[in-house]
Design a protein around this ligand. Structure first.
Ligand code: SF4
Length: 292
């Protein structure tokens, strides 16, 4: 029995960038940084960064924090998902130092939505209701954009008006294509801007191949991460012996009976150190004869 690490697995460029920013800021000034919402949808990485001095808060708790303890030197990080313009205005009002970690791919989506909305278009975004990235993008359209997640959402669009359809960066091309067809059937002709992140598309294609190569596949990622769930579904389509796990304690030796090759992969929010932890854990099980 052998364990292999997916060479394409692990954190995406946008999340890696924001983590680098945090680590650099923490090393420059030995004082906590506050981030609005979890920096990454991975409980283990959040815990690691919390220990290093990154504290997770929401916007509502910030007011008291600034006035009572930290005053203007409080550093607030905006995560890769981005924020709506009103968050920036609020942070400016509080006078805190903003560290903007919005992923450049997300910034492009925000700008695109804003441009079309200002140009008089109805903007439809195919993606998940209440996802932080969507909240940020909608804010850039003065809250006019319509989220299309379910079939019934399509009916919230006005038929016969100029419409632009775009995507949440982490949805699958198949989902975007399916929903765009439904929107066109209801609204009429639309402008389609496929704003899915290229690294997500490439990742999905490589993962299909990797899942087909191995007997058992572990998709490592946070249980609240929609990207991990989406990638796990792709794996299941190729290999029914695919499991979504977030920590080695969740592994069951029965999953690996008669397997020769175990593959370990991760989503856009899974750090490499965590994937390596799974590989080491399984190799230990093989050495101890628990599996294999
Ligand atoms: S998945 Fe793509 S859009 Fe999202 S943070 Fe990573 S690089 Fe940016």
């Amino acid at each position: 029995m052998k364990v292999i690490l997916d060479p394409q697995g692990g954190i995406c460029g946008g999340v890696e960038r924001v983590i680098d920013i945090v680590e650099e800021e923490l090393s420059l000034l030995n004082k906590d940084i506050y981030v609005l919402g979890d920096i990454i949808h991975n409980e283990r990485e959040v815990e690691r960064l919390n220990r290093a001095g990154l504290k997770t808060i929401d916007l509502k708790s910030l007011d008291g924090l600034v006035s009572s303890v930290f005053k203007n030197s409080t550093r607030i990080l905006i995560r890769a998902h981005g924020e709506p313009p009103e968050t920036y205005r609020e942070l400016e009002r509080l006078g805190v130092k903003v560290i903007d970690g919005t992923c450049p791919v997300v910034t492009r989506s925000q700008n695109l939505a804003e441009r079309y909305s200002r140009g008089g278009y109805q903007v439809a975004i195919v993606g998940k209701h209440n996802h932080p990235e969507m909240i940020g993008i909608i804010g850039h359209t003065d809250h006019r954009a319509v989220v299309v997640q379910y079939d019934e959402d399509v009916r919230r669009l006005k038929p016969g008006v100029p419409t632009m359809v775009m995507a949440q960066t982490t949805i699958s091309p198949e989902q975007f294509c399916k929903m765009t067809g439904k929107i066109e059937a209801w609204v009429g002709e639309v402008v389609i801007r496929e704003t899915i992140c290229k690294s997500v598309v490439k990742r999905s294609e490589n993962l299909r191949q990797f899942a087909g190569l191995v007997d058992v596949l572990l998709m490592v990622g946070g249980h609240v991460s929609s990207n991990t769930r989406m990638l796990h579904n792709i794996c299941l389509g190729r290999n029914p012996r695919s499991y979504h796990v977030s920590s080695p304690e969740e592994l069951d030796p029965a999953w690996f009976s008669d397997a020769h090759l175990i593959g370990v992969s991760g989503s856009a929010s899974t750090p490499l150190w965590l994937l390596q932890e799974f590989v080491d854990f399984l190799e230990n099980w093989i050495k101890e004869g628990r599996i294999g």
